[in-house]
Design a protein around this ligand. Structure first.
Ligand code: UDP
Ligand code: MG
Length: 307
């Protein structure tokens, strides 16, 4: 059986397009094998659930999991993985930006046993604001320098996995979940399939620039402590510089007897050091905050209803 997990947050406009398009390609991909479609309603405020229920009347393989409020896509993905029963599981957005036409190829790769996972990445970012693309590219370069596992530039959450891999992902019980990193971290043989970016079929993206920025910082903090080390090293460098400069001033005062002037340079140095200290405290704070959230051991989502 193949489980199709679809996180939905205010996707009432997209869902009616999504289902027929999915079915068109699903039959081709899995033949007469069984399937289940799990719509994870992430606290939608529009008619998403109504639209899903309409589909459910026609197709008994649909299951709708409703959260008690909006918990975010990461939580929706986790809930989907936990609720899924299939031998294979695929994650898919509701807006048709993850082309169902790729399903057959993905399914064949994993079914053959050669791979445990078939992932996808976009080679183009057509239809996206250039500034967003620029920062996205910079993010992938940076995070791949910092973390041990590789995250493919443009990789989507659209991926088909074997049950083994899904169980491994579920076994990571962390509260701060950066799925892109988790998929790479659990390992397994992954085949990446490329495709051209597709624009959203209906509705609007749920990601503002700042939300993405925060997501990028979360991704780095969740997967590496490199920033802490950078803070330590920059502290060492600045201290070393300060020490050498102090020697220079003392020696100069003793030999030439230069009266101490330099109020402006003093202010500049105080500002510089103050700034560096605040940044470092901020970095430490990021990790402390994450640790705080982890220690609370709160559930990652709360289910209101399963239909
Ligand atoms: N989504 C979700 N919870 C959220 C935000 C988004 O479940 O809080 C879902 C959304 O319904 C969609 C998928 O995650 O199916 C991707 O969201 P979106 O298309 O807005 O992101 P983009 O494709 O622009 O990166
Ligand atoms: Mg989208």
């Amino acid at each position: 059986m193949l489980s199709i997990i679809v996180p939905c947050y205010n996707e009432a406009e997209a869902v009616p397009y999504f289902y027929p398009e999915l079915m068109k390609h699903l039959k081709k991909a899995i033949g007469r094998s069984r399937y289940e479609i799990l719509f994870i309603d992430d606290g939608s405020k529009d008619d998403t659930v109504k639209e899903c229920l309409k589909l459910k009347e026609k197709d008994a393989n649909i299951k709708i999991v409703s959260f008690s409020r909006n918990f975010g896509k990461e939580a929706a993905i986790l809930a989907g993985l936990k609720e899924s029963k299939g031998d294979y599981v695929v994650l898919m957005d509701a807006d048709l930006q993850d082309p169902p036409a790729l399903l057959k190829e993905m399914y064949d790769y994993v079914k053959s046993g050669e791979y445990d996972c078939a992932g996808t990445y976009r080679v183009t970012r057509k239809g996206e604001p250039p500034i967003r693309s620029f920062f996205a590219r910079a993010f992938y370069k940076l995070i791949n320098k910092l973390i041990d596992v590789e995250i493919v530039d443009g990789a989507r959450d659209y991926r088909l996995m074997s049950r083994k891999m899904v169980d491994a992902i579920i076994s990571l019980s962390e509260y701060n979940r950066f799925s892109k990193g988790i998929f790479s971290w659990v390992g397994f043989r992954t085949k990446y399939i490329e495709y051209e970016n597709v624009e959203r079929v209906a509705g609007e993206t749920k990601w503002s620039f700042w939300k993405l920025f925060a997501y990028a910082i979360d991704g780095i903090v969740d997967f590496t402590i490199a920033p802490l080390r950078i803070a330590t090293v920059s502290g060492l460098l600045v201290s070393l510089f300060g020490f050498l400069y102090m020697l220079y001033i003392v020696i100069k005062a003793l030999t030439i007897g230069d009266p101490v002037a330099g109020y402006p340079s003093m202010i500049a140095i105080i500002c510089l050091l103050g700034g560096i200290q605040l940044i470092v405290i901020g970095i430490v704070g990021e990790y402390l905050g994450k640790t705080y959230m982890e220690t609370k051991r709160r559930p990652k989502y709360i289910i209101r209803e399963i239909r």
